[in-house]
Design a protein around this ligand. Sequence first.
Ligand SMILES: [Zn+2]
Length: 229
Amino acid sequence: MKNRNNIEDYLLESYNKNLKDRKEETIFGNIPVYIIKDLPDHINLQAVLKRIEDLIPEHFVYGIDSIYVEHLKEFTSRSVNAVFKGGSIYVTNFQDNDADMFDDIVHEIAHSVEQLFKKQIYKDDAVKKEFLGKRKRLLDLLKQEGYTEYITAFNNANYSRAFDEYLHQTIGYSLLQTLTQGLFLSPYSITSLREYFAIGFEEYFMKDRDYLKRVSPQLYNKIELVAEL
Ligand SMILES: [Zn+2]
């Protein structure tokens, strides 16, 4: 038994050592960024991380233990570039440019913020009502276009793969983009309340704050509220 434990200790130690060897960066001073798979040479990771530190309030990353750069299998099957799970952000190493990588990480920070400040964001239901009101408006527009499936799903704020595919593949993002100008920030933000929040968060910190205020005033208010905590 002792030997076995020793071996386990040794393996654990070498595993940790391995991770430590790979730990090339940190963000906000103490969150390790592990480069599990190499990034292309044209990506300047330090610049991406610095930009995030400059833009995002520090208390927004309290829910993040670590960042892993690697392409998870689920990224391909779900057509995504990053995920926030178990307190860590996983982001693909297949990046076209710094801006894309920056986008991916900010989007997942949004999901961690949403989880960390759930009570402050959702307790009065204002954001959910705003989101479902927009969904209802979209459903009316789609009915005029002849789309009459998944009617009850429009009133469900949670993620559903079938509904996601209905929006993305059956209706298509180009029609949704046209129909939802001034209603939703992007077709992806129609997917679920979580994505509605994350896309709004991206708009607030990376794009046009005033536009977010006009299109999604309740969401804007809540992001302001948690940013000032
Ligand atoms: Zn997301």
